[in-house]
Design a binder for this molecule. Structure first.
Ligand code: ADP
Ligand code: AMP
Length: 218
């Protein structure tokens, strides 16, 4: 299963990518998570990415392509992957095509998550993530059993710096300008499948599987 989840920040890509990864035994490759880990560890990648990330801007394509190339070469990605948050620009999509081509592989489907803007803002403003491994909660829509603690590993839940209202506005603008053109890019290649992701997570999960069946991936 070589699939991409595409959609604006807060659309629920991470939530569904994790479910697919667990259910099908393939890695969720979330470039935002990779950058947050790099920034937390103070690595070279983290230092290069930080100023872009903090503003809600995209990290340059060359950096992101390097990150994804290295990740796709890991043995656990040999049987497939769910890309979440990548590609985010046309050059990234072109780079991904070249990369997969060089490995004798190709994308099977791109699922576009559609959610109205006001719901995106509500989802982002109530998002809490666990420090240990990025499990995602929402204070109203999927609250943890114990407030402030992750259900899976008991670690502390925190709000992302870039989920502050000013940065959210910027990230939504960046999505509209730089990432939305990918809808046409993948539609033209016959890979695009739209998912109405405004329902609850269980229902969206069913719609995702229906879209993957329709795409011939399942
Ligand atoms: P993305 O990866 O697209 O930015 P997330 O999966 O992190 O989005 O979800 C954003 C927030 O919305 C999180 O707090 C998550 O718990 C919540 N969420 C995810 N899917 C749904 C849904 N279908 N309905 C309501 N809230 C959701
Ligand atoms: P996300 O966790 O997907 O919401 O991403 C958080 C932030 O990480 C984005 O606002 C960007 O600054 C950066 N980022 C994540 N993925 C990419 C990517 N594919 N290209 C450029 N920047 C990215």
């Amino acid at each position: 299963m070589n699939v991409v989840l595409l959609g604006p920040p807060g659309a629920g890509k991470g939530t569904q990518a994790r479910r697919l990864a667990e259910r099908f035994g393939i890695p969720q490759i979330a470039t935002g998570d990779i950058l947050r880990e790099a920034m937390a560890s103070g690595s070279e990648l983290g230092r290069r990415a930080k100023s872009y990330y903090d503003r809600g801007d995209l990290v340059p394509d060359e950096i992101m392509l390097e990150v994804v190339a290295e990740r796709l070469r890991q043995p656990d990605a040999a049987r497939g992957f769910v890309l979440d948050g990548f590609p985010r620009t046309v050059p990234q999509a072109e780079g991904l095509d070249r990369l997969l081509d060089g490995m004798g592989r190709s994308l099977q489907a791109v699922l576009l998550f559609e959610v109205p803007r006001d719901a995106l803002v509500r989802r982002l403003s109530g998002r809490w993530v666990c420090r240990a491994s990025g499990h995602v909660f929402h204070e109203l829509y999927s609250p943890p059993q114990v407030p402030g603690r992750c259900d899976h590993d008991g670690s502390e839940l925190v709000q992302r710096e870039d989920d502050r209202p000013e940065t959210v506005e910027r990230r939504l603008e960046v999505y509209a300008r730089q990432t939305a053109p990918l809808v046409e890019y993948y539609r033209a290649r016959g890979l695009l499948h739209t998912v109405d992701a405004s329902a609850d997570p269980e229902e969206v999960g069913r719609r995702v599987e229906a879209a993957l069946r329709q795409a011939g991936v399942l």
